[in-house]
Design a protein around this ligand. Structure first.
Ligand code: ZN
Length: 432
């Protein structure tokens, strides 16, 4: 076995397998090729001195599934680069593509082995996803939507009606159900993994009709694509749940009755408190004017979202964990991907173990890899991180990659650019 397939063995350490089971002492986690072969005693046929075997000693360290961020925007053109000049970052697709690739690499180096991208510009995310998959560049597994399907008055409908939504826009205007269906087909043709719709920015008014959402859901599902929707408001959240979307982003103004509708359908919610927390922190640091967002409104949304987290946990609604990294210049890649876990623990009533499960096992849903990643067990794809600190004792050690010893994605030890990963550990396997 070991002679034929490159084998990576993680010895010792404490295993947090992502299932929610108690942390336990690890003897040997054996990775053969790009999958986990065994967890437990070292199999007798694996000889550590064999040529095809590499060993990581994790004594005094913690082993867990790679983090998944269910809410990253690689191609909005952020953060602005020093010296990049004025103008929106998404008006130059060539530069923007390179920035997106660099952002993906930063996320991976911070221990994020999978990201979902609910909205982008052009088909940049599809390109970056394929570049990662084909080994052109290094990055997390990417599961992406295209431009958000919007109608007049929705978020990202920022230009006057006579301009519409230009090619570089984050949203694409579709003002009838028929236009929305055509856009689903166009995006499917260009290789998106799922469809993102978006209702109003703040949720005060419902902009999309339930029938329009249902039309998109029917077309997408027939083509085996899932649908996510940006919905802060009560009406749009209820309409989205009844129309059968696959997950709801934000939902912070949902009423108790709306949440019951969501719970009944078994739809997960991706609250994304990290972005709100960041706006509030930046507003206090550099002033609300500089942030160019309504900080007081964000504070109200944050309070609502904390209540939503608590109620969802009580009602059995699965929460997905996401940061909204890359949606603004103060949302850099590589820094914020695990902040939602801290918010779940500090405000949402979650235990550190529940927060870890949310960021790993539960978040595998956002990659549509529920049976493949997010949990460490035999047969799963080998996306693993090793930490120098205990995340159950302090959930913040997951943030920014500061306590990472190793990042392993698809069975391959990732060079984090810090000189720590010896090249001899770096097997490469097709992502498939
Ligand atoms: Zn977003």
């Amino acid at each position: 076995m070991a002679k034929d397939v490159a084998t990576l063995v993680i010895r010792n350490g404490t295993l947090i397998d992502g299932s929610g089971a108690a942390a336990r002492r690890n003897d040997a986690l054996v990775i053969a090729g790009n999958r986990i072969r065994s967890i437990g005693p070292l199999p007798p046929d694996v000889r550590l001195e064999d040529e095809g075997v590499r060993v990581i000693d994790a004594t005094g360290q913690w082993i867990m599934p790679g983090l998944i961020d269910a809410h990253v925007h690689l191609s909005y053109g952020y953060p602005n680069l020093p010296g990049e000049g004025r103008g929106r970052g998404n008006t130059r697709p060539e530069l923007n593509t390179l920035k997106a690739a660099r952002g993906a690499q930063a996320a991976l180096r911070a221990g994020v082995t999978g990201i979902a991208v609910p909205g982008g510009t052009y088909f940049i995310d599809v390109g970056v996803r394929d570049a990662v998959r084909l080994g052109v560049i290094e990055g997390p597994r990417i599961h992406c939507a295209g431009r958000m399907i919007i109608a007049y008055g929705c978020i990202e409908d920022d230009d006057p009606s006579w301009v519409g939504s230009p090619d570089h826009s984050i949203g694409v205007l579709c003002n009838t159900a028929a236009e929305m269906v055509t856009e689903v087909r166009r995006q499917d043709k260009h290789g998106v993994n799922f469809i993102k719709m978006a209702d109003s920015r703040s949720g005060t008014t419902q902009m999309l009709a339930k029938e329009e959402i249902a039309a998109v859901v029917a077309e997408a599902h027939r083509r085996n694509l899932r649908v996510a929707i940006h919905s802060r408001g009560a009406g749009s959240t209820r309409a989205a749940a009844e129309a059968g979307v696959d997950w709801i982003v934000h939902a912070d103004l949902a009423t108790e009755a709306d949440l019951e509708a969501v719970a009944k359908k078994g739809i997960p919610i991706l609250p994304t408190a990290t972005f709100l927390a960041r706006v509030i922190a930046e507003g206090e640091r550099i002033g609300a004017e500089q942030v160019q967002l309504d900080v007081d409104r964000m504070k109200r949304h944050f309070d609502n979202i904390v209540t939503l987290m608590q109620r969802s946990r009580e009602m059995g609604i699965h929460l997905l964990c996401g940061s909204d990294s890359g949606n603004n210049t103060f949302m850099p890649f590589g820094e914020l991907h695990a902040n939602e876990a801290e918010i779940l623990v500090r405000y949402g009533g979650f235990s550190p173990m529940e927060a870890i499960v949310a960021c790993t096992k539960n978040n595998a849903f956002a990659l549509r890899l529920e049976e493949e990643v997010g949990e460490l067990k035999p047969g799963r794809l080998a996306d693993v991180i090793v930490l120098r600190r205990d995340p159950l004792a302090d959930i913040t050690v997951l943030q920014g990659g500061r306590y990472l010893a190793w990042v392993i994605k698809n069975g391959r030890v990732i060079d984090r650019g810090d000189g720590a990963a010896p090249p001899k550990l770096a097997f490469r396997h097709a992502e498939a």
